[in-house]
Design a protein. Structure first.
Length: 232
């Protein structure tokens, strides 16, 4: 039996707040809505929050600044819901610690789907704590301690770079990772040329783990932004 997930909505647009409140409640979530960044931070310190829906253009502070502050002490998934649709805005929010990004106008079905992804990420993070050194997702298994990955119980023949990339994505399953974050983690810097190299490694990794590379199951591309491993 699941306990109700509690969602905090930080949004200054009254109409959108109302819409989110109604649809989240009818989908079985417990919801709190606030209209300023300050009230959002206060709500987070007061009560356990499972998922945060955040608008970037708030009257008292910028959403990206809020993400940076909150991330210092709160690990709840943050889904940005913003009218800012530029890649640079998405990247700034994701690099600051947001988990996902939805551009307004959005569909409620899409919002619910993103929330379910975030929920699976919470469950996965909890089970990862229990099992420690192993990661399973669909037919994929990674034994971090042994440094080996398996698909359909068969050992994958990965280059060290492909393995590193797979581990990074798996450890952040459900979360969109930006090119800058990935190249920073893998090469320690992030030059434009690294993004091109990353695409090459990603293509070769996909050939090894995806049944159909044109319709990847495990690793999703976010054009202009980065990649995400989906929780199957
Ligand atoms: Ca706003």
């Amino acid at each position: 039996m699941n306990t109700k997930n509690r969602i905090l909505v930080i949004e200054d647009d009254k109409q959108i707040r109302k819409l989110m409140m109604t649809s989240l409640k009818s989908n079985g979530y417990e919801v709190e809505c606030v209209s300023t960044g300050e009230a959002g931070i206060l709500a987070l310190t007061g009560q356990k929050t499972d998922i945060i829906l955040l608008d970037l253009g708030l009257p008292d502070m910028d959403g990206v600044a809020l993400i940076k502050e909150v991330r210092q002490w709160c690990q709840a998934p943050i889904i940005v819901v913003s009218a800012r649709g530029e890649d640079a805005d998405k990247i700034a929010a994701l690099d600051s610690g947001a988990d996902d990004y939805l551009t307004k106008p959005f569909s409620l079905d899409e919002l619910m789907a993103r929330i379910r992804v975030a929920q699976r990420r919470i469950i996965n993070a909890e089970s990862a704590d229990e099992t420690g050194m192993e990661f399973t997702n669909g037919n994929l298994l990674i034994d971090y301690a042994a440094g080996v990955a398996y698909l359909d119980n068969k050992e994958l023949s990965l280059t060290p770079m492909e393995y590193k990339l797979l581990c990074l994505l798996s450890k952040n399953v459900g979360k969109v990772l930006t090119y800058t974050f990935i190249t920073g983690q893998i090469w320690g810097n992030s030059l434009d040329s690294d993004v091109a190299t990353l695409r090459v490694f990603m293509a070769s990794l996909r050939k090894k783990i995806e049944k159909d590379t044109a319709h990847p199951e495990y690793i999703q591309t976010h054009i202009g932004t980065g990649y995400r491993m989906l929780k199957l």
